[in-house]
Design a protein around this ligand. Structure first.
Ligand code: AKG
Ligand code: FE2
Length: 359
């Protein structure tokens, strides 16, 4: 989830202030303005690991489905459980989504971001709703610089189903959404089973009117990757996120063992991560990972994140079967809408929503 959709006039204090999009800043040849600089870059816990043995787990979804043998299933289920418990993230292979559809998704994203800025501005951010003014094309500098928040080096296209879609987005995106949704159902069922729950315990809470929010991110090269991040450290607020990574340019990092671990490009794989909502529904057994995207001086990077959320009226809470005397309830029951409002607020204050939701 993103939290920076509040619209206001861009600040005029920089010589580059009229450049609203990171793409324009990148091509201007100037240094990034200081409002993109992170100050804590040398802090403990901010180092990128050099330990090659640390790597995000890989899960073969085909080994979890009915065609696999019992032994295969058990083995993969064990891996899934440990991935969710220790990383909160994994690379999904064997998911069954055809490579040409993944390529099409990447290509429509690239085609959109390659358009001239004036053309993309036709899809500029519009404020439709109090919380969810997060749609259309935009960048951090178009939002309020709340609490001096450091800006991300990325332009984004945010999309809710039913929005007007640029180009020939609709068909490819619809097809991709349908396929990702069925993978997400398989995974959510396996997640529940791995905890000894009924298959549908997580899915039922998400309800049959799930929201799917898609964010296309465009990270142009940056002359100061030592100070500027493509996307600042955050956890995702939804239940589960599917990330189609750039097939060639890496940039995603996940925080683990008090350091950052770089996530390799893995063409054909989908990066799956738990969001805060699923951490809550699992009563904290699954972890919503802190992650970020870094920049580089050479190459543009594109990613497409798909976030699954319950309908705003849905109530969420830890699944009852996970709570007993030795495992007390950690989070309270709340409406998805209240949860998401709190997500925005806590994010802006540099806190985590599950602290807010804690009992
Ligand atoms: O671009 C990436 O690799 C990360 C995207 C992400 O974390 C997000 O959109 O929430
Ligand atoms: Fe994220």
């Amino acid at each position: 989830m993103d939290t920076k959709g509040v619209l206001s006039s861009p600040s005029q204090s920089q010589s580059t202030a009229q450049l609203k999009y990171v793409q324009e800043l990148a091509t201007s040849g100037e240094e990034p303005p200081p409002k993109y600089f992170h100050k804590n870059v040398n802090d403990k816990g901010n180092q990128v690991t050099t330990d090659d043995s640390l790597s995000v787990p890989i899960i073969d979804i085909s080994r979890l489905t009915s065609n696999a043998s019992i032994e295969e299933k058990e083995e993969e289920m064990g891996k899934l459980k440990s991935a969710l418990n220790s990383w909160g993230m994994f690379q999904a292979v064997g998911h069954g989504i055809p490579q040409n559809l993944l390529d099409d998704m990447y290509n429509i994203s690239k085609k959109f971001f390659d358009l001239p800025v004036e053309e993309k501005q036709r899809y500029a951010l519009s404020k439709d709703d109090e919380i969810f003014d997060l749609q259309g094309f935009g960048s951090d500098s178009m939002g309020a610089n709340i609490n001096g928040q450091v800006l991300d080096w990325s332009d984004r296209l945010r999309y809710w189903p039913g929005d007007d879609s640029p180009l020939n987005f609709r068909r490819t995106l619809d097809e991709y959404s349908v396929q990702v949704r069925s993978v997400s159902e398989i995974i959510l069922k396996e997640m529940a089973k791995s905890l000894g729950l009924e298959d549908d315990d997580f899915l039922n809470q998400l309800g049959d009117r799930q929201y799917v929010y898609t964010r296309f991110s465009f990270y142009p090269p940056c002359s100061r990757p030592d100070l500027v991040y493509g996307l600042k450290a955050h956890t995702d607020g939804g239940a589960i996120t599917f990330l189609l990574q750039d097939p060639e340019v890496r940039g995603l990092q996940v925080h683990k063992y008090d350091q950052w671990v770089s996530v390799p490009c893995m063409p054909g794989a989908l990066l799956v991560n738990i969001g805060d909502l699923l951490q809550i529904m699992s009563n904290g057994i699954f972890k919503s990972p802190l992650h970020r995207a870094v920049t580089n001086t050479e190459r543009t990077r594109i990613s497409v994140a798909m976030f699954y959320l319950p309908h705003m009226d849905q109530e969420i809470e830890p699944v009852a079967a996970l709570i007993d005397e030795s495992n007390p309830r950690k989070y309270r029951r709340m409406k998805a809408k209240d949860f998401l409002e709190a997500f925005f607020q806590t994010y802006l204050q540099g806190e985590r929503v599950y602290d807010w939701a804690s009992i």
